[in-house]
Ligand binder design. Structure first.
Ligand code: SF4
Ligand code: SF4
Ligand code: FES
Length: 790
């Protein structure tokens, strides 16, 4: 540590730190364009000029770019010196000569860094009267709008897109005063992180195309600190609503989680809250009714049930509070609770969570000396993939083990692709090789990039690995002395593992199949429409006397409900998600936050209003939706079970020292919680199925492939073509071509799909999307038969 002086104010700095960074830490923002806290310094714009006072008598003061000037002990710099002020003003005047001055119609208005800097630095008037430089804009897809005339050539966009996100379809073209930032041709940006251009560009070149469709000014948005509901990373976000609709989501920096960026699933997946077919009306036996009527009917039908005859299925995409309320209701009714329709996935989540005591943060992954990844991180937890890219971009080796296509494959120094059923064996043999129990030159070479590294990280995808694979990966991480983390399904898988017991999922299924439970409550899940086990749940549906579904989206299961209760989406309620590392983070209801802060003067979203704070009795009105916690506690109250709510409040935070506060960093699960997870993980696994000679299913995920984001139209318009993917050699060996169709048969049904040759699938496998797997009732690694179809 040392001290330098900025206009006589002492500023502490660390060895090697730039003046602009140290000043920022001290709360002083030196004007800048090309510098960005996450992207670092470039020295392109010269707006950050300060005057460096001479160290020796007789020397002259010099203007220096503070983003390239390393702080030194006793150094004296000035922002206020006349020469520095002149230099910064000349930079502003120069960039504004060509700027279109279209601020009144620019979506960046109100949060434009160029505007801010112009106001702060000056000059306030424009002297240039010549013609302005203009460009042709590009079509960049459904998510990003392009207005190149506003560019100030700071290079932040390409530095983010190419250097940090490792994308290669956006670049800088041209030279001197005509540099163009765009694609080589019109077309959607391909990176799953492209939406960050909206935030890194300091002016309005890249703006949010979805947001700009409805007139809105950013200062009119009602916002509240929130947490992304679309995967287990739990990125911190700031959603903005206006006039009753959620307009956009932007990043909210949290050093323990996502720092400066979010993925496009998180930025655009929120559109599920606004789609036309979002269910907003309660239903009883196919009839639209008031919420009050539906709650009464639900309480009535559950009250009629025999003791112990009710089962409940919570959800990895519902918050702690909703799941705890369901578990509490079922405990009082001596019923059965699980959050997982699939026992194997439940076991995988419990195993992965139990092994995540030291899960690395995104920043720690980015600083790793070497990374091993098992599975496709991009499709399951995009910002974990982004964190790996930060290690790769500084030359750290990535070793990848994968079954299906994986975008990280092109960045891997070593990789091995196997079929889903070979993955466990591969990890176990790698572990034996790392421990010296097996000599295998091939596998030793695969591990070689990890050997010299001191700070190793191992990351796995729980859904791909299954419980045995997660356990084996844990052993491999132990053998390598690596930090270990897992991408878990949806936003709250870790939290639901804390609320579950070993084998809950199988117990719920068996209780219903045996007829002991004949009434089922489903909260925020789609057991009848999601992949493996869907056939088992469908058969079970026939036996049920009563199905109650509570959800915020329309699903196969909600369509078959006897009673349906629509719920709030994530910005319309407060709640808690526990992320992949066991970090519990609160998110706020927008209306509630506006009430607290007094900000926002637009009519409230009807979905945000009318209900009391969490925990108060429901005062339902038509059009006002409850959150899961309120709805279930209210059903309990109407059944005369007041203790449901009190027990739920205890359950939701039992493994945390206190409930997390929205906007704060988060609270990590305590030692008792990890002990509970270790016990939960000690379940017997079903043995892997015997090979039957069929073709193994490989799941082909993509970053928009998540249960809520699947309802976001603009994001889904970028989805890969639906079909069955086969290795090109398999396609040729069967005399087929890309125009062929294939008829597939699985336990859940048959499906005719277009054939797509894809070298990303191993030979002898069928690459299928989640949607196709759901139709066929197949899980990854299951064997299917197929035939060519006319
Ligand atoms: S497009 Fe934006 S981020 Fe890129 S160089 Fe221009 S002003 Fe900078
Ligand atoms: S990585 Fe996950 S939590 Fe983060 S923004 Fe993307 S979908 Fe949301
Ligand atoms: S911010 Fe320092 S040169 Fe651009």
């Amino acid at each position: 540590m040392g001290t330098f002086y900025l206009d006589e104010r002492p500023i502490p700095f660390e060895e090697g730190e730039y003046v602009i960074d140290a000043a920022r830490r001290a709360g002083i923002e030196i004007p800048h364009f090309c510098y960005h806290p996450a992207l670092g310094s470039l020295g392109a714009c010269r707006l950050c000029m300060v005057q460096l006072e001479p160290a020796r008598e007789g020397d002259r003061p010099r203007n220096m770019a503070s983003c390239l000037l390393k702080a030194g002990e006793g150094m004296r710099v000035s922002l206020k010196a006349a020469h520095a002020v002149d230099a910064r003003q000349s930079v502003i005047e120069e960039v504004m000569t060509n700027h279109p001055h279209d601020c009144p119609v620019c979506d960046e208005g109100g949060e434009c860094h160029l505007q801010n800097m112009t106001v702060e630095v000056g000059p306030p008037y424009r002297r240039y009267e010549g013609a302005k430089r203009t460009f042709v804009n590009q079509y960049l897809g459904p998510l990003i709008w392009h207005t190149m005339d506003r560019c100030i050539t700071c290079y932040r966009c390409v530095r983010f897109y190419q250097d940090h996100a490792l994308g290669d379809d956006l670049g800088a073209f041209g030279s001197r005063n005509r540099v163009y930032f765009g694609r080589h041709e019109n077309g959607p940006l391909e990176s799953p992180f492209a939406g960050n251009l909206v935030e890194v560009c300091p002016t309005g070149v890249f703006t949010d195309r979805v947001y700009r469709r409805h007139y809105s000014r950013v200062w009119d948005l009602q916002t509240a600190p929130s947490v992304c509901p679309h995967c287990s990373v739990g990125c911190n976000t700031l959603p903005g609503a206006r006039e009753g609709s959620l307009r956009r989501v932007v990043n909210r920096a949290n050093r323990r989680v996502n720092e400066w960026f979010i993925c496009d699933r998180g930025r655009y997946g929120h559109r599920y809250t606004e789609v036309e077919d979002r269910p907003r009306t309660a239903r009883v036996d196919g009839r639209d009714v008031s919420l009050d009527e539906a709650l009464d009917a639900a309480a009535q039908r559950l009250s009629e049930a025999a003791d112990g005859s009710i089962a409940g299925l919570g959800s990895v995409r519902e918050d702690m509070e909703g799941n705890a309320a369901l578990r509490s209701l079922l405990a009082v009714l001596h019923g059965w609770y699980t959050a997982h329709p699939n026992p194997d996935l439940e076991a995988a989540i419990a195993e992965a969570a139990a092994l995540s005591t030291q899960a690395p943060t995104l920043a720690e992954i980015g600083q790793a000396d070497a990374v091993l990844v098992a599975g496709d991180l991009t499709g399951h937890a995009p910002m974990l993939d982004f964190a790996v890219r930060q290690a790769v971009r500084v030359g750290r080796p990535l070793v990848l083990l994968h079954t299906g296509p994986a975008p990280l494959a092109r960045h891997a120094q070593r990789r091995r692709q196997v079929t889903p059923r070979e993955l466990l064996g591969l990890i176990e043999t790698l572990c034996a090789t790392a421990e010296g129990r097996v000599e295998d030159d091939d596998l030793a070479a695969l591990l070689e990039p990890l050997r010299g590294a001191r700070n190793r990280v191992v990351l796995g995808v729980a859904e791909t690995l299954g419980a045995p694979g997660c356990r084996a990966l844990g052993q491999l991480a132990g053998a390598l002395g690596a930090r270990l983390g897992f991408a878990l399904p949806n936003a709250n898988a870790f939290g639901t593992a804390l609320l579950s017991r070993p084998g809950d999922s199988e117990r719920v299924l068996e209780s219903a199949e045996s007829g002991r439970a004949d009434r089922l409550i489903v909260l925020g899940a789609d057991p009848l429409g999601s992949g493996a086990g869907a056939g088992r749940w469908a058969a079970l549906r026939e036996r049920l006397n009563f199905l109650l579904v509570l959800d915020c989206v329309r699903t196969t299961t909600s369509e078959q409900a006897d009673i349906f209760i629509p719920l709030t989406a994530f910005t319309e309620r407060a709640g808690t998600f526990v992320n992949y590392a066991g970090l519990a983070q609160g998110f706020a209801r927008i209306e509630e936050f506006v009430d607290q802060t007094g900000r926002g003067d637009h009519p409230a979203n009807p979905f945000y209003a009318g209900l009391g704070p969490v925990g108060s009795p429901l005062a339902p009105h038509d059009g006002h939706l409850p959150d899961a916690f309120d709805a279930i506690c209210e059903i309990g109250r109407r059944m005369g079970l007041g203790r449901v709510q009190r027990n739920a409040e205890i359950l939701a935070y039992q493994f945390f020292n206190e409930p997390p506060t929205p906007g704060r960093t988060g609270i990590t699960v305590d030692a008792a919680g990890f002990a509970h997870l270790r016990d939960s993980a000690a379940v017997d696994y079903r043995p892997p199925p015997e090979p039957g000679g069929g073709w193994q299913v490989v799941m082909t995920t993509w970053y928009g492939d998540e249960h809520l984001a699947l309802h976001a139209p603009e994001l889904q318009s970028l989805a890969p073509r639906e079909g069955v993917r086969m290795h090109p050699d398999d396609v040729a060996a069967h005399g087929l071509d890309d125009a062929a169709h294939v008829l597939l048969s699985g336990p859940g049904g048959r499906s005719r799909l277009a054939l797509i040759a894809d070298a990303g699938c191993p030979r002898g496998t069928l690459g299928l999307s989640r949607a196709s797997m759901a139709v066929l009732g197949a899980d990854e690694g299951d064997e299917l038969t197929w035939e060519a179809s006319a």
